[in-house]
Ligand binder design. Structure first.
Ligand code: NAD
Length: 363
């Protein structure tokens, strides 16, 4: 087996605990990984003056593959999201988030198996914002008024929502190619094209154009985001591969996670043409950070996706099998899963749960 060098960014909060757990499990799977640790996150602001040092971006670029813990982003102020900055710097235009039932994890359904493909580079996450009261904001408001584009209240803040033909074509094509490669039968595009004609309308139009090239091989349909949410809750098994503009994809990821047992088990990947960064859907969970309570499954399943990407599919399968075994046995499960299953059994710590996974892998 070849040895792979992977950049590991532990991140903030529970990322420290879940990353350590992930490393132990990957090692127990037999995968030969050399970890190159790189830092990012709130703790780096004091040390380096930035939450995302250039050396971290360079490390990911050099190795081509990274796994990352969550990073805290201040709400409504402070530095911009490290995740958004990393995705933009490395052109990680695909966010891939499988939503899969794990028997024993307390999901509302036992048979969910769908994949969220989220556009990762534009939409309201482009970070083009105008502060309320600033000169440029006033100019923009005046421009909209004079161009008869619509009246904006003078005390508004403004975020720009760019949706391009290029990025939409890339993400929808990725969704179809993923479906072909993984033996899936349908792609659904989700939008709000009835209201936002020039952004979501464009997304839908381009999705339909791309879909034509796959006619007869992969089915295609579309849903309006609000109806999609209701349909997901009522019957998620009707979906297969689902492609979203950035914001709806972010929200739908947590919705999907909630249907199968919660954020503790939801993995993900950010993929570009040159690099891939694997990371759980969840955030840094400040409410439980440092208490050895976190569920590391999401980061561990993200590592399994990473091993698939590296061609180490046997190690990835061993990890998934061990996860399923520990959940099916039900003896050693973290507090979030005890809560999701309504169980009164004592919850395991992050370390105890990891011990059980390592034992399942090495016995
Ligand atoms: P969160 O995902 O951190 O937490 C939401 C809830 O889920 C909390 O109650 C938390 O305890 C629980 N939870 C999350 N992951 C868990 C796990 N592995 N095991 C057990 N319980 C888990 O979301 P939030 O509280 O909205 O965000 C906290 C911070 O994380 C914010 O600064 C946010 O910007 C950041 N964030 C980062 C990422 C990322 O780096 N990829 C993603 C989302 C949020």
């Amino acid at each position: 087996m070849a040895k792979h060098t992977v950049t590991l960014i532990p991140g903030d909060g529970i990322g420290i605990e879940t990353s350590a757990a992930m490393q132990r499990v990957v090692e127990a799977s037999g995968a030969e990984i050399e970890w190159e640790i790189a830092e990012a996150g709130a703790s780096m602001v004091e040390a380096c003056g930035t939450p995302l040092p250039d050396s971290t971006i360079e490390a990911v670029r050099r190795n081509g593959v990274a796994i990352k813990g969550p990073v805290t982003t201040p709400v409504g102020e402070g530095f911009r999201s490290v995740n958004v900055a990393l995705r933009q710097a490395l052109d990680l235009y695909v966010c891939l988030r499988p939503v899969l039932s794990i028997p024993g994890a307390g999901g509302r359904y036992d048979d969910v198996d769908l994949v969220i493909v989220r556009e990762n580079s534009e939409d309201l996450y482009a970070g083009i914002e105008f502060e309320e009261g600033a000169d440029e904001t006033r100019e923009l408001i005046e421009f909209c008024r004079s161009a008869q584009a619509g009246a904006i209240r003078p005390d508004s803040g403004i975020s720009i929502k760019p949706v391009s033909v290029t990025a939409t074509r890339n993400i929808v094509r990725y969704a179809f190619e993923y479906a072909l490669e993984h033996g899936r039968s349908k792609v659904t595009a989700v939008h709000k094209a009835n209201i936002m004609k020039h952004t979501d309308g464009l997304f839908l139009r381009v999705a339909r154009e791309v879909a034509k090239r796959y006619e007869g091989r992969i089915e295609f349909d579309d849903r309006i985001i609000d109806a999609f949410c209701m349909n997901m809750v009522i019957d998620p098994t009707q979906f297969d591969v689902i492609v979203f503009p950035n914001l709806y994809g972010d929200i739908a990821s947590d919705l999907g996670a909630g249907l199968v047992g919660g954020l503790g088990i939801a993995p993900g990947a950010n993929i570009g043409d040159g690099c891939a960064v694997f990371e759980a859907v969840h955030g840094s969970a400040p409410d439980i950070a440092g208490k050895n309570l976190a569920n590391p499954t999401a980061e561990i399943l993200s590592a399994a996706m990473m091993l698939d990407h590296l061609g180490e599919t046997a190690c990835a399968s061993r990890i998934r099998k061990a996860v399923c075994q520990v959940y099916a046995e039900g003896a050693v499960l973290t507090a979030d899963i005890r809560k999701a299953t309504g169980s009164t059994h004592a919850a395991a710590s992050c370390t105890e749960f990891t011990d059980a996974l390592v034992a399942a892998l090495t016995s």
